[in-house]
Write a protein that binds this ligand. Sequence first.
Ligand code: ADP
Ligand code: MG
Length: 478
Amino acid sequence: MASGSAMRSSHRPDRQNSSAPPSSTSRHVGPPPHISVRSKVPSSRRSVTPTSRARACDDNDPEPGRVRVAVRLRPRNAEDLVSDADFGDFVELQPEMKRLKLRKNNWSSDSYRFDEVFTESASQKRIYEVVAKPVVESVLNGYNGTVMAYGQTGTGKTYTLGKLGKHDASERGIMVRALEDIIANISPASDSVEISYLQLYMESVQDFLAPEKINIPIVEDPKSGEVSVPGAAVVRMQNLDHFLELLQIGEANRHAANTKLNTESSRSHAILMVYVRRSSPEKEDNDLSFLGKESRSVSPAGHGMPTVRKSKLLIVDLAGSERLDKSGSEGHMAEEAKFINLSLTSLGKCINALAENSPHIPTRDSKLTRLLRDSFGGSARTSLIITVGPSSRHHAETTSTMMFGQRAMKVVNMVKLKEEFDYESLCRKLENQVDHLNAEIDRQQKSRENDQIAMDKKLGECQNSFAEAEKSLVARSE
Ligand code: ADP
Ligand code: MG
């Protein structure tokens, strides 16, 4: 989430639709299907880190990338079946037209268009492939990425993102599938994958992997704008089983923390952070000739220097969105309601401000918006999945979820490659080279010393034989 002009949404052709609520019958809300967002924004509005500044004119300029939004309908549960038995469908899906309709009465409905519309029978695999895989591929290629779920409690956010699928792998959610893909695609010798797993509850960042850590500070690099949580445990991933184990530990800690605090997980945000570090392919030899030869390029940066791509994937399971409207009125303790709402309310405000190209984006108002600074209006590729239930009992919540999704579709990020010179690797190479040269000097020194000894020996022998010759000559002449 960006503040200031550098990362605001760029001009889009659909602005006239921007935030009008759906009021008329079968009115289409949202951008047209073939929205074009390829236009470059003026260079003064790009986010430029010191690294990218050092490489002006290469092919690493930020590109506009609109936030993609999909909607998923949860299958009817027992409660829905009982309460809606006498009614027709409240939610009507037209996946081929990427449209969802909410019935208002027998004659009219509100219609919303999204990037994808998933019916209640959509598989976890398909959701992953359409919603998350493009983001995961981007992360593997060195871009930051975010996959986030938003919706009322009980509509399937955790099912979509966090389902472990212990007994049935086909049920696995986005977190497990994303890590499976990442681990399968990196090279263990030169790359690494690390994770942190956090909960944000009442404006306090807690660590699912180290539950004794509460209230961990969020740190922003004033130069690059990068947001990090350096106090959180970071665990290097070995393989998928290791990740499943950690997710399970996280789940147990999430449960324990919520029991202790007398709350439910639906009131907290869960954030999985995946750090991917990939080195550019290195030449096997030890030569450093690239140092003086810019034309011998081995990296996309156009330099012969080794580079490293450090990207971050965020998978965000938000608190139930119904709290936005209800927590105050349902008699929750005032303090709790204030904090539960603070993060989600300010996320909504930031997304509205970005969608409307407002000059001020209130990123700093909550911890969630600070953590998501790069995900909305920043440099990440972002996919949002909004989840809804089929029941007309939740008309108000479902409509407000639709509106959130529609506004998020108007946010355009400036996606940017997270590549830097790999000074560590360069340093290692230089140290190797210095070691090699020192060894060579030692070897030559030794061989010179040996030569010297041999020559001294020869000289000694010569002097001896000369002295002997002299002696015998003297003796003979006497
Ligand atoms: P949320 O995280 O939004 O509060 P959950 O993911 O916990 O909601 O889902 C609520 C219940 O509905 C869970 O029992 C879950 O297994 C079930 N559920 C949600 N989505 C689906 C789905 N697409 N298919 C089958 N069951 C689902
Ligand atoms: Mg949940």
